[in-house]
Design a protein around this ligand. Structure first.
Ligand code: MG
Length: 157
């Protein structure tokens, strides 16, 4: 077995939606990001890469590379899934926590889990997505940004 963790944070900025777990959620602002700013997928990618000891998402998809401007982060996740399979592993399970005051996450977790499971080639039951506020404390509490934390367990295929 291999285990990895990932963290991602993006600041809120101009816009009218956020993308989380591949789900486009209408919101009063967007996120500042080179790609689509999907903190759920970025954290999950780093967890998988961490379990494989293959660096981080910034090394595989450099922000300086214009190919990834406004990129659909699901492409990153499918790439990480391929790296996992190539090395003889399959996902045991992944658990993701989103931290923000808004938008409301719960109505969208089922769709996020379905997207992530599809990209990873696993069952929805292997993917957990949950959310919490930070009780108005810190940058997430002040509504300045959104954070996600992920853990992934890989098992030999
Ligand atoms: Mg990111």
């Amino acid at each position: 077995m291999r285990i990895g963790q990932g963290v991602d944070i993006h600041a809120f900025g101009p816009g009218d939606h956020v993308v989380l777990g591949g789900v486009c959620i209408t919101h009063s602002c967007g996120v500042v990001a080179h790609s689509d700013g999907d903190v759920v997928i970025h954290a999950l990618c780093d967890a998988i890469l961490g379990a494989l000891a293959l660096g981080d998402i910034g090394q595989h998809f450099p922000p300086s590379d214009d190919r990834y401007r406004s990129a659909d982060s699901r492409v990153f996740l499918r790439h990480c899934a391929a790296l996992m399979r190539d090395r003889g592993f399959t996902l045991g399970n992944a658990d993701i926590s989103i931290v923000c005051e808004v938008p409301k996450i719960a109505p969208h977790t089922a769709a996020m889990r379905a997207n992530l499971a599809a990209d990873l080639g696993c069952d929805v039951e292997q993917i957990s997505v949950k959310a919490t506020t930070s009780e108005k404390l810190g940058f997430t509490g002040r509504g300045e940004g959104i954070a996600a934390f992920a853990i992934a367990l890989l098992i030999v295929a």
